[in-house]
Design a protein around this ligand. Structure first.
Ligand SMILES: *Cc1c(COP(=O)(O)O)cnc(C)c1O
Length: 397
């Protein structure tokens, strides 16, 4: 087998996936970013500054928590939660936002732009921009702004300008288009903090590397706690950053099984879900070659998920590669299953998860009872549910 951790190649290829499919005007900026990232990676001062921020500002390391009541209720494998929901701003997104704003500073770029779906990445970006006194513009679909009004208010409190994108489905895909358009126009002054392991090289690699801290800590913590590696890792997959962050440091440990959970929405009918590995096909979209939901003419299909953060037509290219390699399995959970898991975790553990995270919990609820009590599962608890309270309350009414 190819040593997975050496991927991607210099042009961002994960096997047949990935690459750099962007307008000519962005090539220079992406090459500059790649070069700066390579320098930063080898610069102890950069690594120290990032580690200090992750500890003192973001709240790392996050706990690895034994979900004892969930374990006993499900009656199978022992379940641990990696508590990314306890991070500052409420999700794993801050790990990547901190890494990238340090890069922006190294490049002398003081204007920060980002896209956001559920608003978690927008909040994380607005937060790090405020921390460093940078100008910040967040592009967000008008539909998502409505679904996630709390996060829109947070971004504004943090001094960011939130721009409503009304084109098309008015969700994440259109927000990325607008952010790309801005970047093409303002590339000299501006850094684009992309929020997931998506888009053109070097983003899928760089975002993965900034999120690997999740898996590295998990490995250390489970070894300390159980004196062995976990049997199964489970994470939800939107673009794929929290999943790849947890999985990547374990890829060479063949005994560790990994499952990524996509959004099954209302079931496997075209336009009603976001499970790219179920109904998807190979294509090029927003900078990268990967699995995506498109019709036979290559037209991007509508997507649906109860969770704005999983509601996107393409998946990060490294996940396509890991799926082909048979190293990671990909399944889906429906809106209904995610909602049920949201309530279950809240009531059994006193932890209200994000609706994205609830997809990972939902799959754990299916699989844990089929495993034996001496098997260990780690679920990435990617974020907390505060942002989803209104939406879920409305569903209950
Ligand atoms: C954004 C988000 C996701 C989905 O993004 P990935 O890049 O796939 O991790 C999942 N969970 C939470 C809490 C999020 O905010």
């Amino acid at each position: 087998m190819t040593p997975l951790e050496t991927l991607p190649d210099a042009r961002g290829h994960f096997g047949p996936y990935g690459g750099m499919f962007v307008p000519e005007t962005l090539m220079t900026a992406l090459e500059e970013l790649s070069a700066e990232y390579e320098n930063a990676k080898r610069d102890p001062a950069f690594q120290t500054e990032l580690a200090d921020l992750l500890r003192d500002f973001a709240g790392r390391p996050t706990p690895l928590y034994l979900a004892a009541r969930l374990t006993s209720d499900l009656g199978g494998a022992k379940i641990y939660l990696k508590r990314e929901d306890l991070l500052h701003t409420g999700a794993h997104k801050i790990n990547n936002a901190l890494g990238q704003i340090l890069l922006a500073r190294r490049m002398g770029k003081r204007r920060i732009i980002a896209e956001t779906g559920a608003g978690q990445h927008g909040v994380a970006t607005a937060t790090v921009a405020a921390h460093f006194g940078c100008e910040c513009i967040i592009y967000m679909g008008a539909v998502d702004m409505e679904r996630q009004a709390l996060n829109v208010a947070r971004m504004r409190f943090l001094g960011a300008k939130v721009v409503a994108v009304t084109a098309g489905q008015a969700t994440l895909k259109e927000a990325i288009n607008e952010a790309m358009r801005d970047w093409v126009t303002n590339v000299r002054s501006t850094h684009y903090i992309l929020g997931s392991a998506l888009g053109s090289h070097p983003y899928p690699m760089m975002v993965r590397d900034f999120q690997r801290v999740i898996g590295l800590e998990t490995r250390r913590q489970i070894l300390q706690r159980e004196e062995r590696l976990p049997d199964l890792l489970i994470a939800c997959v939107g673009g794929g950053s929290n999943a790849i962050g947890l999985f990547h440091p374990f890829l060479d440990d063949r005994s560790v099984r990994m499952i990524g959970v996509e959004a099954g929405g209302e079931g496997m009918r075209a336009g009603r879900h976001a499970a790219r590995f179920q109904g998807g096909r190979l294509g090029v979209f927003q900078g990268t070659k990967t699995f995506l939901l498109a019709n036979e003419d290559g037209q991007i299909e509508l997507t649906h998920s109860i969770s704005a953060g999983l509601d996107y037509a393409a998946v990060g290219p490294e996940h396509s590669y890991l799926r082909d390699a048979g190293r990671v399995e990909y399944v889906y959970a429906t809106d209904e299953e995610a909602l049920h898991a949201f309530h279950t975790l809240s009531e059994t553990e006193g932890i209200i998860p994000a609706l994205e995270t609830a997809h990972a919990i939902a799959h754990a609820m299916k699989i844990a009872p089929t495993l034996s009590p001496n098997e260990l599962i780690v679920i990435n608890c990617s974020g907390r549910g505060d942002k989803d309270v209104q939406q879920v309350a409305a569903q209950m009414a």
